[in-house]
Ligand binder design. Structure first.
Ligand code: NAD
Length: 485
């Protein structure tokens, strides 16, 4: 095998060149793929990274986590200004310059994608732009306008991700229909917006469009929003949005939708389903489906299930020993930080290291207002699976820092096993997504309530609520009256 370094590390394949060779091929340059490629290069492997889009970073960076956070930050500013109007600070009516806001969001994305391009170049990771499909156990075809380029690889990591589910009951040919990618482009602020799917994407985008002035309705199939999250964490969010959104329909299904000159006409079904209604735009966020069936994996002998998922072992290996898979394509939760973690492991194993997926918990964050974050065991799971636990809950109404940030409806909850070790945590309130990091570290380190309670947290902060929640469990809390044990 030719292991000579490639001449031009991050350019598309020149038309004249139809073949390349590498030790490790990575298919897909999202957070999983680029992490795997960079780690493998750092460990000395010659890496080719194949990506269909012109920029690195995948869905998360280009059309997912990052642009949505930019817009949620804008929504936060609007909410903060609204809140402080009640406390003596008024700035007048919102003047929205949509193109400028879009440019701010796009600017953040390009800074980050530019950074990744640079990092790939510095590591001599060769990036090939095109759609990759397997053509054999050691070959991948990269299709682009320049033609078809064949990559011969010794090992491969599949990191081809997922895409939004687009049920065919919707008139997708109409420009007023949006999936999450369309919604993040922020084409306009519609008067009346229907969000189909009360999961994390639906509720984050609802938060943005509500702050910008749309009248938002959310329709969710299940009896609760963000199915799976503990009810107590959802309550502060529900209370807030019930007062702001036009409607929230639970246990309701959209059965049909039609484009009319007035808007998208939507039919609902369910015990409390509303009558047919018309919306200026409809955002569909009913989940994502893995891309396993789009990469001709069978040519490499890699098994893909009927939904498009690829099964892997704890080292990320598929049924074909020299081919690994990571990220959304190997299963839930479809989260960037899970993909990146798996990417490092697969790269290390490919480089001959003894690495395994050994994380105890994968945190989840809904960057809604208020934010909701959880990690490890949830109370829902504990009850369903009959797992014994105790808990400590600290209400943010007793946190000075939370009061200054409009977070009095929040709380911090820690779950402990019978030995007192942290096995789960849930937080709702401003910056919950930042705070869950400490709980996750506690869980990984096998910390118990005393460890957290005896850690000196700075005062006044939101992070001290983790110490207080541990003290509640210990019965040593002084900032509230200790609940009877
Ligand atoms: P999801 O699966 O989390 O939520 C989709 C929701 O739509 C579910 O609550 C489901 O019950 C509902 N639904 C399905 N069909 C429906 C129908 N016909 N009518 C009404 N409701 C229906 O999916 P998502 O919100 O699209 O997110 C996709 C993935 O991306 C998830 O894995 C999510 O965790 C991930 N994601 C994470 C973040 C984050 O970490 N902040 C942000 C965005 C997305």
């Amino acid at each position: 095998m030719n292991r000579a370094p490639q001449a031009n590390p991050s350019s598309p394949p020149p038309g004249s060149e139809t073949e390349s060779r590498c030790q490790l091929l990575v298919l897909g340059a999202g957070p999983g793929g680029y992490t795997a490629a960079f780690r493998a290069a750092d460990l000395g492997l010659e890496v080719i990274l194949v990506e269909r889009f012109p920029t690195l970073g995948g869905v998360c960076l280009n059309v997912g986590c990052i642009p949505s956070k930019a817009l949620l930050q804008a929504a936060q500013v609007i909410d903060d200004v609204d809140q402080f109007a009640r406390h003596g600070l008024s700035f007048g009516k919102l003047a929205l310059d949509l193109p400028k806001l879009v440019a701010y969001k796009d600017g953040i994305v390009s800074k980050l994608t530019g950074g990744l391009k640079q990092l790939a170049k510095q590591r001599k990771v060769r990036v090939l732009q095109g759609v990759g499909t397997f053509s054999g156990a050691h070959t991948l075809s990269v299709h682009s306008e320049a033609g078809t380029h064949t990559v011969h690889f010794e090992q491969a990591i599949i990191a081809a991700g997922s895409q939004p589910v687009r049920p065919d009951i919707f008139p997708w040919e109409d420009r007023r229909m949006m999936d999450s990618t369309d919604a993040l482009r922020l084409p306009e602020v519609p008067g009346r917006l229907l969000v189909v799917g009360g999961g994390i994407i639906g509720l984050e985008m609802a938060c943005v469009y509500d702050a910008l002035g749309s009248r938002v309705s959310v329709v969710e199939l299940q009896p609760e929003l963000i199915p799976g999250a503990d009810r107590d964490l959802l309550k502060p969010l529900e209370r807030r949005i019930k007062g702001r959104y036009e409607n929230i329909y639970l246990k309701t299904r959209v059965t049909a939708a039609k484009a009319t000159p007035e808007g998208i006409e939507v039919h609902f079904e369910g015990d409390k389903a509303p009558a047919t209604a018309c919306f200026d735009r409809v955002l569909v966020a009913v989940g994502r489906s893995p891309n396993g069936l789009r990469i001709n994996a069978e040519a490499a002998g890699v098994k893909v299930d009927e939904r498009g998922f690829i099964a892997v072992d704890r080292q990320g290996r598929t049924n074909v020993a020299h081919i690994f898979a990571i990220g959304d394509i190997v299963g839930q939760p479809m989260l960037a930080h899970k993909a990146a973690h798996e990417g490092k492991i697969a790269a290390e194993v490919a480089a001959g290291h003894k690495a395994f997926f050994d994380a105890r918990a994968i945190p989840s964050v809904a960057y809604t207002h208020p934010e909701i974050a959880w990690t490890g065991l949830t109370e829902n799971q504990a009850k369903e699976q009959g797992i014994a636990y105790t808990k400590g809950v600290f209400p943010w109404a007793a946190s000075a820092r939370a009061l200054t940030q409009g977070g009095e409806s929040g709380h911090t909850k820690l779950l402990f096993d019978p030995q007192g070790r942290v096995i789960g945590a849930g937080i709702v309130g401003p910056h919950a997504g930042e705070l869950i990091g400490e709980a996750n570290l506690a869980l990984e380190m096998g910390a118990d309530a005393q460890d957290l309670g005896l850690t000196i947290h700075p005062h006044p902060t939101l992070c001290e609520t983790l110490g207080f929640a541990a003290e509640v469990a210990e019965g040593t809390v002084t900032d509230i009256l200790a609940p009877k044990r």
